[in-house]
Design a protein around this ligand. Structure first.
Ligand SMILES: [Zn+2]
Length: 359
């Protein structure tokens, strides 16, 4: 049993390695190269910033619970359902305000973070140098340094989107904490540390420069040819493939990756194998519990959560797990699932915690 020192209050889950600072410098040089119109240099700098060591660090902090990093007090797992308040994400204007207020530094660990729109600009300039999608191949510097907004009182515990309840964080600090409270993880309230202002602008200087050319859509996921799966689903639900790949990118930082062969599947690594809680077929039908091993119990709240976010949908118990039915069918149309994207991501986070729990 860990002693009290193990649970002593700390500033962040894990201190970034020095590589993070080096990566931030390389990204800043890439931003300047982009402004200067030197796309070859942009690609070169982005490739250099994609350091495996950083990916290892980020995935360890954001991945399954690790007693050396997450240190959750054993008695404090209760009261995690205090009721939610309104929208999960703050408005864009609030998000920008919080980033500026915090000087584009993580309020937990203090690392320099990158404005999401700046990441998009760099990626548009050199798409092959900035892999996204799967968390194990996601560009390491952005995995470590992407800016996000953390609810100090978690949204799941009733925290609101007031700027006073929001702090700028790096992905590892935010997704590593998940829905746990500061107290549960033994973290010092980040608001006690004043924001740091340096000449770092989160590369937001890129956001205002004119866009050179149209974004590549489906192919921007890193594939050079549109797969038959994408082709087929687009016939039934135009726009669905691109939206699913965006959903997959949103899931990457929470430890959920995706595969696309004959179907599109979101999968979670559990004890050295994969489970597939959601599969979307080429005809646009969605099946839950596609391949879930022994985790049927965890699929019940998962299916309920998703069904509750979709009017007309209902959870159905299957011998092998729980599915969501809609309109008399034992599956869900993909557009209904995508309309409930936030609930899907939240359900995946809860599912990950349920199946990766170590006690
Ligand atoms: Zn951080």
């Amino acid at each position: 049993m860990p002693d009290d020192a193990h649970f002593a209050p700390r500033r962040c889950l894990a201190v970034h390695p020095q590589h993070s600072d080096h990566a931030a410098d390389l990204l800043a040089q890439a931003a300047d190269a982009l402004i200067a119109g030197d796309s070859a240099r942009v690609a070169d700098l982005l490739a250099r910033a994609d350091m495996p060591h950083l990916r290892t660090f980020s995935l360890r902090v954001m991945g399954k619970l690790d007693p050396d990093i997450h240190r959750i007090r054993p008695a404090s797992r209760a009261n995690r359902s205090a009721g939610k308040s309104g929208q999960r994400m703050p408005s864009q204007s609030v998000r920008d305000e919080v980033l500026r207020r915090d000087g584009y530094h993580c309020r937990f660990c203090g690392i320099r973070v990158v404005h999401p729109a700046a990441r998009k600009r760099l990626r548009d300039a050199a798409p092959h140098a900035v892999p996204e999608g799967r968390s194990d191949t996601y560009h390491a510097a952005f995995l470590a340094l992407n800016a996000t907004w953390d609810h100090v009182i978690p949204h799941s515990a009733g925290g609101n989107n007031d700027p006073d309840n929001l702090v700028t964080t790096c992905w590892p600090c935010n997704f590593g904490r998940g829905n746990y409270t500061l107290e549960q993880m033994g973290l010092i309230d980040p608001r006690l540390h004043p924001p740091v202002h340096t000449n770092w602008d989160g590369l937001s200087r890129l956001v205002t420069i004119p866009r050179p050319e149209k974004r590549r859509d489906i192919q921007s996921a890193g594939t050079s040819a549109v797969s038959s799966w994408q082709h087929d689903i687009e016939q039934v639900h135009p726009g669905a493939a691109r939206h699913l790949l965006a959903l997959a990118r949103a899931c990457a930082p929470i430890g959920v990756d995706h595969v696309t062969k004959r179907h599109f599947a979101l999968r979670l690594s559990v004890d050295n194998h994969y489970i597939i809680p959601i599969a979307i077929h080429a005809d646009g039908s969605v099946n839950l519990s596609w391949s879930i091993g022994q985790h049927k119990a965890a699929m019940q709240p998962f299916a309920h959560r998703i069904a509750s976010a979709i009017p007309g949908a209902s959870p159905i118990e299957n011998p092998g797990g729980w599915i969501v039915g809609f309109g008399g069918k034992r599956s869900l149309p993909v557009d209904k699932l995508l309309a409930a994207e936030k609930a899907v991501v939240a359900a995946l986070i809860e599912l990950r915690e349920a199946v990766c729990r170590r006690d």
